[in-house]
Design a binder for this molecule. Structure first.
Ligand SMILES: NC(=O)c1ccc[n+]([C@@H]2O[C@H](COP(=O)([O-])OP(=O)(O)OC[C@H]3O[C@@H](n4cnc5c(N)ncnc54)[C@H](OP(=O)(O)O)[C@@H]3O)[C@@H](O)[C@H]2O)c1
Length: 258
């Protein structure tokens, strides 16, 4: 396929390289930052553009990998440059595909359910792709496109994807934030951060084979009140983290009835 990618952030950077790797052509790639877009364009042999008015017609697909809040305004701007029957998708988990409806007749979503960072390699063979479109033919083509870059492709509509995205926030964004809290507390106590690393690894490994509910451990599930009290006393010096501790302890207690 001949694809234009709008956005050269975490997703645009990795997705464009994967598409080229499996044989697709990137017609143009956009970032507002000239240096950044030139750098990535050299890797993927695409035309770099730093202005949306330079978007050209003729791509089989336009992928908008821009921040959620900018999808509508970017679609509006590129509509001035490309025909209304162009195929346009975004890569957002929580944004409905219909945000593109006012501008394009053929629209959809091409959502990779993984966490991407510029400084970390993306392992696409392990990334589920959730695709959807407003027309059956486009849905089929997006499904086939996703299959060229990942073995895990799902047809998921806006409503279901929004629900999945909430779960994704819990398992990734929130757990990562909890790691950041732990790191901050250990650092401020001048204690070695690496002591908790094997625990993080094992927590993630364990749930490959067990339901998380069956392997929950800790004072909240055991109902060890004295331990919880000691933790809360210690957390007086980190009031924001104490609030999080209390909330999660209450949630665990509520789920297991301890
Ligand atoms: N990161 C993830 O783990 C992840 C995973 C799955 C899906 N997604 C989704 O993928 C999309 C992109 O996320 P990301 O993490 O790649 O974001 P990002 O790293 O912040 O990159 C966003 C890109 O959007 C561009 N952009 C932001 N505001 C813009 C505006 N007003 N006009 C034009 N371009 C604008 C930025 O341009 P500049 O380069 O000029 O700054 C940048 O290239 C989002 O919809 C997100 O929900 C993200």
């Amino acid at each position: 396929m001949n694809i234009t990618i709008i956005g050269a952030g975490n997703v645009g950077y990795h997705l464009s390289q994967r598409l080229v790797e499996v044989g697709h052509r990137i017609q143009q790639i956009f970032s507002r930052k000239t240096d950044k877009v030139i750098r990535i364009s050299k890797i993927i042999k695409a035309e770099p553009i730093d202005n949306l008015s330079s978007v050209k017609k003729g791509a089989d697909l336009y992928i908008l990998a821009v921040k959620d809040d900018a999808i509508g305004s970017v679609a509006e701007k590129i509509r001035k440059k490309i025909p209304g029957n162009s195929w346009v998708v975004h890569t957002s988990g929580s944004t409905p595909s219909t945000v593109l409806e006012p501008y394009f007749e053929n629209y959809g979503v091409f959502y990779p359910l993984q966490t991407f960072s510029m400084n970390r390699m993306a392992e696409f063979t392990d990334i589920p792709f959730l695709v959807d479109a407003n027309k059956e033919l486009m849905k089929e083509r997006l499904y086939s496109l996703a299959e060229t870059i990942s073995p895990k492709v799902y047809r998921i509509d806006d409503e279901a994807r929004a629900k999945i995205h909430v779960s994704a926030v819990f398992v990734n964004n929130f757990t990562n934030h909890l790691y950041a809290i732990a790191e901050d507390m250990l650092r401020s106590e001048e204690l070695p951060i690496e002591v908790i690393s094997p625990l993080i690894q094992e927590t993630a490994k364990k749930i490959r084979f067990h339901s998380p509910q069956t392997v929950q451990t800790g004072p909240a599930v055991r109902g060890d009140e004295a331990t919880i009290q000691r933790h809360l006393e210690y957390l007086e010096k980190f009031p924001k983290y104490k609030e999080v501790y209390e909330l999660l302890t209450g949630s665990i207690g509520g789920m297991y009835g301890s």
